[in-house]
Ligand binder design. Sequence first.
Ligand code: APR
Length: 257
Amino acid sequence: MAEVLANSVYAVALTGAGVSTESGIPDFRGPSGIWTRDPEAERRAYEVYDKFLRNPVEYWMESVKSPIRDAIERAEPNPSHYALAELEKMGILKCIITQNVDNLHQKSGSQNVIDFHGNVSKLRCLKCGRRYPRDMFDIPKILEEGKIPLCECKYPLKSDVVYFNEPIPQDVYTRSVEEVVKCDVMIVAGTSAVVYPAAQLPRIAKNKPLPASVVEINAEPTPLTVEGISDYFIQGKTGEVLPRIVEEVKKFLAKYK
Ligand code: APR
């Protein structure tokens, strides 16, 4: 399988929460996932977007404290992230489309990262699309003054994180599909591939006129595995498998290129 990557012209990756569990950030639907352990938390998560639209002040009062955001801010990249950053440095991986909001691909040195579900370190305006670094705002102080973070266009800001029922920002969606249409190899790592439209991306890669080779790495089989979207399925921990793939690609390139 390493030769598929070594010979690729335009490889991209789609990553999910599974690449960050070895950084101490729980996933959602794995055996000890957040939704697995607390289905009520998932039900509440479905209400956040509507709450923001109905009452941005209440949304801000409730979201200023977030244990998961604190865990994310403390987290460091793990070998999964560094392996993908290495593949980018080698000129093989052209883009990472991540469903994760933890900024760990960027922290590990990857340059071309699309945050398909947004990024905890940013705020975003639904009206004009502007994004701001979250730490530009002293949110507790703003809330104490009875205000909420506002965009330059005066519309209320929200976290850049894309909530359930919230549309994927158009710029992000368009760029992601462009990358997928261009790719001849797609690595799919650490995702249960059940949340759309992210889960559509490997299907687009596979069903386009010049199908890409889909290389799936996951702790457990997913619908991509079962439906034969994945041409290769490597069952294991991304923090172990991805570094091994990088080594195999390096050996192949040293031998044949
Ligand atoms: N190595 C390989 N696979 C792993 C590892 C690991 N170290 N840890 C967990 N996994 C696998 C799990 O078994 C599971 O199949 O990664 C997958 C993670 O799936 P989910 O928890 O569903 O995460 P993800 O696919 O990213 O979820 C998509 O759902 O809740 C929303 O917005 C949220 O972006 C998220 C989206």
